[in-house]
Design a protein around this ligand. Structure first.
Ligand code: JHZ
Ligand code: ZN
Length: 405
């Protein structure tokens, strides 16, 4: 393969998670036990533009149209983080009735709804049919399509231009990166602003977050790789903010058509160079470290099973599917999983078959331990599960080091 950003041949592989099923391809009860499609999951580094990426390319329709039940609104911290950003943009950009905010991967519309409530026109774009329908149902105009340069040209020729483009947790999800960024550049008004958010590759590596690798995530970004990517399309990375608690460590990048880098960005770029994110050596031993985490987690769970302890999982997250499958955690070690997303309840985890149940069963069935598959939401889950913990239930976190809390 060639690098998805700069086209250099043969990015250098450093992590192989084997063949895994698609992380969001939850299984209907009557299909449990039938063979599931599996795809290689290998992560590689491009020494020219510093982009970390997976080598496999599963068709986007399979990932985000046929098998996608992620609804942003089931996470309170995610929605409040987004709403604060919206309020801030309305104020600092002076947005009003003549402005247009476009969101790529607008999901169920929770973020754009906030702009509408402030009197700012919006356009959502998201190919996931149920999420787009939910957005439309709450009054958020949404195009149920994949975004790219072709769509941007079509919108432009209809006279549409964006003052703000928001792309949260989507730039990692596109195989044709350059088409996506070219599309943003084409759609953005001359004095407009793009904000992009994604978990950072630095936190992935430093905190052993290997479970955030799955086929939906084609790319894993740093300021270095984003800078190289957007420059190719006449855009400039000018500012950055860091949210250490969001999705295991998220960066928000501010991108414009003018070249005006802030001190804060310069510091972050220097920090990434100092850490070695522009050198393969930084990534080289990650595969071995992941093998260690996997072995420790398996030993911990086997030990609990030997002691007759019951273990459930919290969060039918995509990262949960990677964790269960790459470690090899069957229903003998984690019996079932809970998730408050009602669209996921009643289905089963891909590959490892755990049934997905309502979180209320943590009190009625009272497992001794709960493995936090959605460890990124620990603060929120802790508050919700106060009663389970008060009765003596224990949480287990899988990363950076598997441990019983
Ligand atoms: P969560 C998703 O990954 C998918 P996942 C996607 N590919 C992406 O890029 C990242 O997000 C950013 C549930 N839950 O957010 C909701 C509770 O049950 O870690 C979700 O099903 N109770 C777009 O799937 C799951 O857990 C709660 O209190 O790894 C968490 O999934 C909370 C807060 C969540 O993302
Ligand atoms: Zn490259």
């Amino acid at each position: 393969m060639v690098c998805r950003s700069c086209g250099r041949p043969d990015p250098q592989p450093f992590l192989d998670l084997g063949h895994t099923p698609l992380a969001d391809a939850l299984v209907k009860p009557d299909a449990v036990g039938r063979p599931e499609d599996r795809f290689p999951l290998v992560v590689a580094y491009c020494p020219r533009c510093h982009l970390v990426q997976i080598t496999e390319e599963v068709p986007q329709e399979r990932l985000f149209v046929d098998n996608y039940l992620y609804f942003s609104s089931f996470s309170d911290i995610v929605t409040s983080h987004g709403r604060a950003h919206a309020d801030n943009l309305v104020e600092t950009r002076g947005l009003g009735a003549d402005s247009l905010v476009v969101e790529l991967a607008s999901n169920d519309g929770y973020l754009l709804r906030r702009f509408l409530d402030a009197g700012v026109p919006v356009l959502g774009i998201d190919p996931a049919p149920d999420q787009a329908a939910a957005a439309i149902a709450q009054g958020v105009p949404t195009l149920t399509e994949f975004f790219g340069i072709a769509m941007a040209e079509r919108l432009r020729s209809n006279g549409t231009g964006a003052d703000v483009i928001i792309a949260n947790n989507v730039m990692a999800h596109v195989p044709d990166l350059n088409g996506f960024v070219a599309g943003m550049a084409h759609l953005l008004n001359e004095d407009g602003l793009i904000t992009v958010e994604n978990p950072t590759v630095q936190d992935l590596i430093d905190h052993g977050e290997f479970d955030t690798v799955y086929h939906e995530h084609f790319c894993y970004y740093s300021c270095l790789s984003v800078d190289a990517l957007v420059r190719r399309h006449g855009l400039f990375l000018n500012d950055v903010e860091y949210f250490p608690e969001l999705h295991g460590g998220t960066l928000r990048w501010y991108i414009e058509k003018r070249d005006a880098p802030t001190e804060r960005l310069a510091e972050r770029l220097a920090h990434e160079r100092q850490a070695g994110l522009d050198d393969f050596a930084y990534y080289a031993d990650f595969g071995d470290r992941v093998e260690g985490i996997k072995a420790d987690l398996l030993a911990l769970l086997r030990d609990l099973a030997d002691q007759g302890r019951t273990v459930a999982g919290y969060g039918a997250a995509a990262k949960g599917a990677t964790l269960l499958n790459s470690v090899g955690i069957g229903t003998d070690l984690v019996a079932w999983v809970v998730d408050r997303n009602t669209h996921k309840q009643g289905l089963h985890m891909p590959g490892t078959n755990q049934e997905i149940r309502d979180p209320a069963v943590l009190l009625t069935d009272a497992p001794d331990h709960v493995l936090l598959l959605a460890w990124n939401h620990i603060a929120e889950i802790r508050v919700q599960q106060e009663e389970y913990l008060a009765r003596g239930g224990r949480f287990i976190v899988p990363v950076p080091t598997p441990k019983v809390l």
